[in-house]
Design a protein around this ligand. Sequence first.
Ligand code: ASN
Length: 324
Amino acid sequence: MKTILAIHTGGTISMSQNEKGEVVPNNENPIAKEQVILKGQINLITDNLFNLPSPHITPQIMFKLKQRIMKAIADGVDGVVITHGTDTLEETAYFLDLTLPNTIPVVLTGAMRSSNEVGSDGLYNFQNAISIAATPESYGKGVLVAMNDEIHTARFVTKTHTTNVDTFRTPTFGPIGIVTQHKAKYFQELIRTEVCDIDHVVEGVYLLKAYAGMNGDLFSALDNEKTRGLVIEGLGAGNVPPQTLPAIQQLLEHHIPIVLVSRCYNGVAQQIYDYVGGGIQLEKMGLILCQGLNGQKARIKLLVALSNNKVGTELRRFVSNAVS
Ligand SMILES: NC(=O)C[C@H](N)C(=O)O
């Protein structure tokens, strides 16, 4: 019989609506003891590790979660399910994808409607995640995200809607599989994995979004000493307004690695445009163009790379390409 560990970390899936209609955390996790699916066929063990709304999750907390999963792997569990708030779920999922060995299925899930709301999706998603974690086909696919009958890779999935249960999408590539009647069916393979073990997490990795008319003020506001790295969500295929360039250059002169992604929902940042502030100039200046990741994922990747003490060409190689 397979042993699946469910680690609960909080989020709407663990919350309830009160008489005023406000969604609030519970002391007792309402779904922690529930197991409808695969009852008698798997041994489900539970760890209520945290009870946090996901905006309270930090990279330090992600690191504690990674350590807990490493212990579970060493103890011989066959799969791990993590319940998590959806706001930062994609960041935790990608952090774990980058830092855990790809040995057993690790599946994150959450809910858009709290436990006592009509049409609550929490228990349903939790059941699906258990079933995915117990499926032999789920091995070797990296960390997975199971929401609303779809299975996504941690690397590319993103939250796209504030409240709709169909919020998690994988732009450009699509989901890796689906769940029907609580059974996982895969129709895409994981392209590759890149595990990068870390024993601590650095601070001071920031994310800024470019906008029409942006100037250097926000870049200049960064403390050169405290800033370990920066991700810029550029415009379109990876361009920034020209007024930002002197301040960006200043940061580069302080040897701060700067990663460029696109603020677009779909597509990749590339050296296409040769005008002032275009991707070609940014690449020549020394920015690392990262293909395929959104801003928050690129920030996690840069943070993991820096926590692994990567520098120079190795940092550039690791951060630049998430696709192939
Ligand atoms: N649906 C959710 O879980 C959203 C909630 N604010 C959280 O991330 O904790």
